[in-house]
Write a protein that binds this ligand. Structure first.
Ligand code: EPU
Length: 434
């Protein structure tokens, strides 16, 4: 067990480079299971989450070689179609349902874990795979999927544009007979990157307007060489760190196309950015202003961005409103920030224009942030990846010393974050707990 010890209160300055996207990399490994040829990934992030997925793949027959940020994976034959319970530590195993069904016609995966930010059902995945012709049964600890013959293309309309369900349905339908149309699909940049990989592997996938994805089944996929897109969630985390600490940071590798909504927010709260040829610079020229934010699916304001932004909003003048419409329970960290001197009130009311699925449910999905507040160091414990980065940003903004426990959760999503933050002037030490 290790913890971070952070001395805050110093503006951060310098360049920090993004890793490959966490929320694309693991899916690329699962995509590689669809071929018996080698896939090579550049810009592959070495984080806890991808390590869990590597273990999953190796346990079912993949051979993996890592050379720096390049990863080679080949799965000549599947040694089993049952995914072990070890991989319950993240939510990736559920995606193996679609991929293994596609390649082998059967799959068994354990109930999935991941961050505790809401109930996170998989009904949309199950419904879509069933429409493709799979039979899915729920055991005591696992889901089992089988198909007699081949999966068949289908017209599928999602009730909500789920990222995971879109990926699972694409995996299952690349080998299905005929054409699959997914309506109301998720179109996050990580999904488009996955589609690019699958296209290079030989799949036929088209993107329509209005969240439509069309997949024409093929008989065979080959290996491919693919560079994983940079992590836009890291980009936002580092941008909010620059803004909250009143620093000036160039986020190398940040791509404007992936961050359009966030960049508008940066300007609205009185911070600044400049798009450079190899990244985006973020700084805070004066005092920050409060804002009204509603999280949404892409191209809206991502749910994974609200935690770092809320820390910056504790430094803004006025009352900010943050309405979380993607997850029911993603403000647990607000009480941690309040213990540092923030004034955040979490409520159950919907405050905003987005038609929210939680309207008639009693769940704490809206936060009112009063600012500016002076933060002071304290003892914290990481709840989940994004709450953990909010802790780090708050601790670096606060006066005094903070300790953060359970940083293994943070390591699941951010590669060597302490080392990289030290380059831009952060006083952050990783120490082993006694
Ligand atoms: N949902 C359902 N039924 C389903 C699937 C989803 O009700 O069958 C609901 C979920 O409960 C949630 C919403 O739909 O309320 C969105 O879930 P989605 O399926 O889109 O999310 P995911 O695929 O489980 C990925 C990322 C998350 C990110 C979300 C939203 C990965 C590994 N995880 O999760 O990332 O917040 O999309 O963009 O890609 C993170 O990186 O910290 C993280 C949580």
């Amino acid at each position: 067990m290790a913890q971070f010890v952070i001395q805050g209160g110093t503006p951060l300055h310098g360049d920090i480079r993004l890793s490959g996207a966490k929320n694309a990399a693991s899916k690329m490994l699962i995509a590689s299971l669809l071929t018996d040829e080698e896939c090579v990934f550049e810009n592959f992030p070495r984080i806890g989450d991808t390590n869990i997925t590597r273990e999953l793949c190796e346990a079912i027959g993949s051979r993996i070689v890592v050379e720096g940020s390049r990863l080679r994976i080949v799965t000549p034959t599947l040694s089993t179609t049952t995914v072990g319970a070890l991989s319950r530590r993240n939510r990736i195993p559920v995606l193996a349902l679609g991929a293994l069904l596609g390649r082998a016609g059967e799959a068994e995966v354990p109930f999935v874990g991941g961050d505790k930010i809401g109930p996170r059902p998989i009904d949309i995945h199950i419904q879509a795979l069933t429409q493709l012709g799979a039979t899915i049964t729920t055991g005591e600890q696992s889901y089992r999927a089988t198909v007699s013959g081949r999966l068949r293309g289908a017209n599928i309309t999602f009730p909500y544009p789920s990222v995971g369900a879109t990926e699972n349905t694409i995996f299952a339908s690349v080998f299905a007979l005929g054409r699959t149309v997914i309506r109301n699909a998720a179109i996050e940049p990580e999904i488009l990157d996955l589609i690019k990989l699958l296209q290079n592997m030989g799949a036929i996938i088209e993107l329509g307007t209005d969240r439509r994805i069309m997949i024409e089944g093929v008989k065979h996929l080959r290996g491919a060489h693919h560079t994983i897109l940079p992590d836009r969630n890291e980009a936002v985390s580092f941008a909010c760190l620059a803004i909250a600490t009143k620093g000036d940071v160039i986020v190398k590798g940040a791509v404007q196309d992936h961050l359009v909504t966030f960049l508008n927010t940066v300007r609205r709260i009185g911070a600044e950015y400049e798009v450079l040829h190899d990244g985006i610079r973020f700084w805070c020229p004066g005092s920050l202003r409060a804002a009204h934010i509603e999280t949404d699916t892409h191209p809206g304001f991502m749910t994974d961005w609200q935690q770092p932004l809320v820390v910056a909003l504790t430094q803004a003048k006025g009352r900010s409103v943050v309405h979380e419409t993607v997850y029911e329970d993603r403000f647990g960290y607000a009480e941690d920030l309040n213990s540092m001197g923030a004034r955040i009130k979490v409520g159950t009311e919907c405050l905003g224009d987005i038609s929210c699925r939680f309207k008639d449910k009693i769940c704490s999905h809206t936060a009112l942030v009063e600012g500016p507040t002076e933060l002071h160091g304290t003892e914290l414990r990481v709840r989940d990846i994004r709450a953990g980065i909010a802790h780090v940003i708050a601790a670096l903004t606060a006066h005094g010393t903070s300790t953060i426990d359970n940083i293994e959760e943070l390591d699941r999503g951010y590669e060597r974050v302490d080392e990289r933050l030290r380059y831009i002037g952060a006083q952050i030490k990783r120490v082993s707990e006694n």
